[in-house]
Design a binder for this molecule. Structure first.
Ligand code: HEM
Length: 329
């Protein structure tokens, strides 16, 4: 039975209650173990080391280690991250693909990846995510297990290199944790990029006074959280699952817009409790810098049209059909 949580206070209670299990994968995989022992034998130990699925004491120390590297070594967001945005504006339109290019540039700078390395990491990572967020089939299991093996082999060799990936590997974080950080940090950033750009376009087109910088970002994250839900298993009742509807919680009115506490500003967007997002700080610096790049654009361009609607079909709030028309002012 799935218990739907749409209330901010109840969501915070569920996430902070350590009796609720974050591991949502092993029960699904166990059902396939007899039939595909090799694939499940690869995936099960790998996913049991992903921070977001770990319920053991080791979680806390691994999390601290990753967070200290993220706080000390995260590269600053350079202007080049927004080159694709400027180029697209010069051509008269900003699209969903423009947002992917900008978010991908952020991800490359953050982890110190070349473009071809990033393509490899994301393609393999998507094979893993593909099995996780949909019904399981034999093909998906085998593909995911093969991707795990290739990614593990590659990550193990990545010492002595700039960026977070080198720092994580050199600090001897488990390879599965490094892969967790690499692949789960890509899609939500794309999603947030599209909503911030879309909202900016809408506000300029309507002549509405645009939110000042940080508030636009915070409002987007509250109203259109990139992850639309967080699940937890109920310890005392193995068949029960809590499904926290982040969007409903954030819009519930408990968060005063612009409030000073993080939970008031961003609601449940970055989770809460012991699994709250490790990348919240770097994601926010990037989104604020994105907002700064948009403010620079609006000094020289007018928005002439805004196409696209926010949708949440694949578990992220994003604007797949984003299309902003621009002309020099
Ligand atoms: C706007 C972008 C992002 C959003 C909205 C987001 C959201 C979230 C949420 C809701 C959780 C909690 C999941 C749960 O409780 O089950 C989470 C966990 C996590 N996030 Fe993010 N995230 C973002 C970007 C990033 C980035 C850039 C990184 C890495 C640099 C990252 C790394 C992680 C990790 C490692 C966890 C698991 C932490 C743990 O279980 O201890 N995230 N994120």
């Amino acid at each position: 039975m799935v218990v739907i949580i749409e209330n901010y206070e109840a969501a915070a209670r569920v996430l902070r209650d350590n009796r609720n299990l974050s591991d949502r994968q092993s029960a699904r995989l166990a059902a396939w173990e007899a039939e595909y022992p090799d694939a499940v034998g690869t995936l099960m130990p790998f996913l049991s080391q992903w921070l977001m699925y770990m319920d053991t004491g080791e979680h806390h120390s691994l999390r601290r280690a990753a967070l200290s590297i993220l706080s000390a070594d995260a590269p600053t967001i350079t202007e080049q991250v927004f080159d694709a945005l400027g180029a697209a504006a010069g051509k008269g339109e900003i699209t969903f693909n423009t947002c992917i290019s900008v978010a991908a540039a952020f991800h490359r700078v953050l982890f110190g990846l070349s473009q071809s390395e990033q393509e490899f990491v994301i393609a393999e990572g998507d094979n893993i995510l593909n099995y996780m967020f949909s019904s399981i089939t034999k093909e998906k299991l085998i593909q995911a297990a093969a991707s795990v093996t290739r990614l593990e082999d590659w990550v193990q060799q990545q010492t002595d290199r700039p960026g977070l990936l080198g720092a994580f590997v050199t600090a001897k974080l488990p390879v599965a944790v490094c892969i967790n950080l690499l692949v789960d940090s890509y899609h939500p950033v794309i999603a947030a990029t599209t909503t911030v750009v879309w909202k900016w376009g809408k506000q300029l087109l309507s002549g509405e006074r645009p939110d000042d910088g940080k508030e636009r970002v915070a409002a987007c994250l509250r109203q259109f959280p990139p992850f639309t839900m967080i699940n937890r298993r109920v310890l005392d009742s193995p068949t029960e699952m809590y499904s926290i509807q982040i969007e409903a919680c954030n819009r519930g009115g408990e968060n005063s817009p612009g409030g000073s506490r993080p939970s008031q500003k961003y609601g449940m967007t970055f989770g809460a409790g012991k699994h709250s997002c490790l990348g919240a700080g770097v994601s926010l610096s990037y989104l604020y810098a994105l907002n700064g790049a948009l403010l620079k654009l609006q000094a020289v361009y007018n928005v002439t049209s805004v196409g696209g609607e926010i949708g949440s079909d694949d578990g992220h709030y994003q604007v797949n059909d984003l299309l902003i028309g621009l002309e020099p002012s």
